[in-house]
Ligand binder design. Structure first.
Ligand SMILES: Cc1cc2nc3c(=O)[nH]c(=O)nc-3n(C[C@H](O)[C@H](O)[C@H](O)COP(=O)(O)OP(=O)(O)OC[C@H]3O[C@@H](n4cnc5c(N)ncnc54)[C@H](O)[C@@H]3O)c2cc1C
Length: 407
């Protein structure tokens, strides 16, 4: 008699989905469960490197890893398709080209841009959300430089790049631009002083939530490389070739630009809300064991979920670091569900945060309260990136894709 194996389906091959799949293959024998991983591309990408792809300081292929290079396809059904809807009640997933069912589901579909209703932002601004969207930014910036050479006299604004949002992604991106712009100026024979890179942030400071010393270091380092900041400044509207900005009560100003990139907000993949999960500020507030409330066989991880910090009562910020750690808890809990073991609560082990500021520059905090600046921070950032590659694909992947130099 053939016994049907429980079907575990993982949606999304990001940090959360890849590491959960990997852990499940280590924990479960082939006869214990049928594991399926669904992703819209046949590659996994380093989301945390997308700002480099967008600025053009690394090639997009560097950030991509073929899923079949790190996940054994004899062990996992790899489905290269796009998830359209999750039908929770009949335990089925609607894909663009098929339908599949599950006994246990892991959702790791990542994030989308959130523009908070700012008029024109969805239509006119680029965003750093995937390899393709990031490559488009790189191509567009370079196109504007090439175009400027043809339309020179009257179109200085083609060389202005506006980055909306002074959070982690926005600051890492302008750090890369600070390095890339001089290279483009050289390539297109353009005076660097003609190019403006402007970061606009509504909060009174860039990198809200970061230690003030680190914020000051980042700002000084970037200003030294001719980045302009407009903090405490709201983007009120985005047009095809300009943004309208203004501080509270002050007169509005139009800033013309050839490139506008929005990094000011993200939300969970809209498939979650469209599939009827209850959302709190755009994400699912999951139980401490990472399951969706009311759905004992569905786990929601990474940027689709809020996980509460029991000490502060506030959610942990969405990061790759947390998504990777959630994968361990999720895989342990699926094993517990299969064999009637004890469910584990997720506990975040904060290893610190380091931001790259382009070139040899970086800053951050590790081991609780150790602050790092400059090249030391940049080297640590590379160690963090390489550690993930090691967890995912061992030394071979580190050698193939790793970052070994602090610049
Ligand atoms: C530029 C940038 C820099 C960052 N830097 C850092 C950092 O230094 N440190 C840090 O900890 N965090 C950083 N983050 C945040 C971090 O990248 C995210 O928190 C993390 O990627 C979340 O992981 P995830 O697994 O939830 O989703 P993701 O890594 O976004 O993966 C989601 C996956 O789902 C797939 N997918 C999406 N929709 C569908 C669909 N409909 N059907 C099938 N597949 C689909 C996507 O293709 C993708 O493979 C950064 C983010 C950005 C954008």
């Amino acid at each position: 008699m053939q016994v049907t194996k429980p079907k575990v389906v993982v949606l999304g091959a990001g940090y959360a989905g890849m590491m959960t799949t990997k852990r499940l293959t280590e924990k479960l024998q082939p006869e214990e469960a049928e594991i399926t991983l669904v992703n819209k591309h046949n590659y996994h990408y380093q989301t945390t490197w997308l700002h480099e792809v967008a600025a053009g300081t690394i090639n997009q292929n560097r950030s991509r890893i073929m899923i079949s290079d790190v996940i054994d396809k004899n062990r996992v059904n790899l489905i290269h398709d796009t998830v359209v809807k999750i039908n929770k009640n009949d335990q089925r997933i609607v894909l663009e080209n098929d339908e599949i069912d599950y006994d246990y589901l892991v959702i790791g579909l990542g994030f989308e841009k959130a523009t908070f209703g700012i008029p024109g932002m969805d239509e006119h601004a680029f965003s750093i959300v995937s390899v393709d969207s990031s490559r488009m930014i790189r191509e567009h910036i370079e196109y504007q430089f090439a175009r400027y050479k043809v339309e020179e006299a009257e179109n200085d604004h083609l060389l202005t790049i506006i980055v909306g949002g002074g959070g982690f992604t926005g600051i890492e991106f302008i750090g890369e631009l600070a390095e890339k712009v001089p290279q483009l100026c050289k390539k297109y024979d353009i005076d660097r002083r003609k190019v403006r890179v402007i970061n606009i942030e509504a909060a009174p400071t860039i990198l809200p939530g970061f230690d003030q010393d680190l914020v000051d270091y980042a700002r000084k380092s970037l200003e030294f490389r001719d980045i302009e900041f407009k903090t405490g400044t709201m983007i009120k509207e985005c047009k095809a070739d300009a943004v309208i900005v203004g501080k509270e009560e002050e007169e509005e100003e139009e800033i013309k630009a050839g490139t506008i990139v929005w990094t000011g907000g993200v939300q969970a993949n809209s498939i979650i809300g469209d599939s009827g999960f209850e959302l709190t500020k755009g994400k699912v507030n999951v139980d401490p064991d990472l399951r969706a409330p009311g759905y004992p066989n569905i786990f929601i991880l990474g940027d689709c979920a809020w996980v509460m910090n029991p000490e502060t009562g506030k959610p942990y910020p969405p990061t790759a670091q947390i998504a990777i750690q959630e994968a361990d808890t999720c895989a342990n809990n699926i094993e517990a569900l299969l064999y009637g073991g004890q469910m584990e609560q997720f506990i975040f082990d904060d290893k610190g945060t380091v931001a790259s500021l382009g070139g040899r520059e970086g800053m951050g905090v590790v081991f609780g309260d150790k602050k790092l600046y400059g090249m030391t921070a940049k080297a640590m950032k590379n160690v963090i990136d390489d550690r993930y590659l090691f967890l995912l694909g061992g030394a071979g992947l580190v050698l193939k894709k790793g970052k070994f130099r602090p610049f």
